[in-house]
Unconditional design. Sequence first.
Lengths: 349, 329
Amino acid sequence: MSTVTTGTPYLEVEDLKVHFKTEDGIVKAVDGVSFSVERGKTLGIVGESGSGKSVTSLTLLGLHNMRATTVTGRASVGGTDVVAAPHSTVQKMRGKDMAMIFQDPLTALHPYYSIGRQIVEAYRIHHKVSKEVALKRAVEMLDRVGIPEPQRRVKQYPHEFSGGMRQRAMIAMALVNDPDLIIADEPTTALDVTVQAQILDLLGDLQKEFNSAIIMITHDLGVITQIADDVLVMYGGRAVEKGTVEQVLRKPHHPYTWGLLNSVPSLHGDASEDLKPIPGNPPSLLNVPSGCAFHPRCAHAMLGGDGPCAKIRPELEVVQGLKNHTVACHLSEAVRATISDEVIEKVDA
Amino acid sequence: MLRFVVRRLLLIVLTLTVVSFGTFMLFFAAPSDPARILCGTRCQPAQIEAVRDGLGLDRPIMTQYVEYMGGIFAGRTLGEGDWAKDCSAPCFGYSYTQNQEVSEIVARALPVSASVAIGAWIIQTLISVSSGVIAARKRGTAVDRGTIAATLIGGALPIYFVGPMLLLIFRYQLEILPQPSYTPLLDDPLAFAGGMIMPWATLAIVGFAFDARLSRSQMLETLDEDFIRTSRAKGLKDRVVFWRHALRASATPLATSAGLGLGGLLGGAVVTESIFGLNGLGKLSLDAITARNLPIVMATVLIAATFVVFGTFIVDMLYAAIDPRVRLS
């Protein structure tokens, strides 16, 4: 499962910042995030609502709200920097070089057009073929994503599909042009647990088949374990921990990651034992706390006297001995390692 | 789909029945006696009684209502004895003051009102929807701000101000438009349009604001929808996303507003007709109400109700054409 670096990653994001100007001030939705994804690999981005995970992905496709928004940094998709590229270039890349699967397939599909028509349209943007050829391709894709009777279903409208089938249709539409990068923004959040697993399996299979890079945005650590190779934990618009799934979920080094793991109910654990949610609320991106943005909610924050947590913003640093594993925290490595073991012990119990 | 249409048509029949019955009852509840009015001020009680008897006004209200409705579809003989008059279908009764069948009087007035209302409706819908949609497309630009300003001004102007102003400017000051009048469309299309242009303009200017603002806000709201983001994520050009996906999704509320607007315009046409001196349904019903001329009031109310109800029916049919989800339910 660990990343072996070979050649250039398909997606490389460097110091990406997305700031919105509002009446109340500047919202730093994303404030300096770097990551990369290779073909055939899946990066999971985890975080609470408002951590900047969705804005990051929307910005890659240029789908963020353009008004009063400043985007800086670099985001190379297959060699093209989509931050610097003109709008028309990015628009032509959408659907072909990078495609997106959205959270709620009910609202994300056009209610007045048949499923077939929507897929045909997506295909014909990037392929100069007749409607008949495109329709054949649409039926093929519906069949590929496991929709029974695709010949009949292709003529139906989104409201005639169940939630899981709708998300399959959404995936069929996103993959119809064989995109190199797939961004899935909480694709299973609106679905039943059993359907969730099927959809994730499907994405995994399709990834093997098409050798695409996937970004999986989620707040569900279970989804990450099931599908991702690498994980990026975001908090307050910044990356707080980065590494392979093995590293971040089995040897977490950031207090926020501990909090996320502690908030997951265990099937084997003692039912009478309370879950430990992270106290407080996600920070306002309009007014991010000084120093480490997590310090007001952190049980281990060093605040009094020379304590740096409220004063100095921690940068990502390599966790010694763990390749590719970085964390932004002022706690000493020894302290973090001890707490990490305790957390994992409890999660496993 | 057929069941859908049949159900809506049945609903129309029901609505019109209720409206006609309501109007009928309302008139009998009013403190006036049609027989007395007809007979004149110097009538003796015995004479009034004779008139009432002759017109059948002494019979139960339900019987009279059923006969009235029957007359609309099959025609009937009005009154008895000396008062008897043949009235062929559609019989809306007889106006004794004008000595004419109501259907003839209405048939003269209806085309005038219909021309004013339908013409104004077409112009108003075209202008307001297109300007609202274009404003949404050019959001935040001078075009957008100009449209908003125009809707603010248009929305604040009443018919009885716009109408006389148009007359004053275009008819008397500049002398470039003829006095509003009604010429049948098929007799002389140019004279028809010339005579109607000021009433149309009046109603369109006054009605423009609502639909324009609705179209603009509806488009902006649709543009925020998830499926619009999806269509952009597919790689569609912004132009196509706007003019195809967003416009299609906004069509339902716009059709509703435009369809219901037709009924409203008929009401607006009443005032407009009085301003421009057109002999349409508006003037007719105003005069009839003042004179307590029941048969004419009944007829005009029924016609107005039919307009509104069929406007709604057309909207429903449009819904089904636009939104696939309606076809099933």
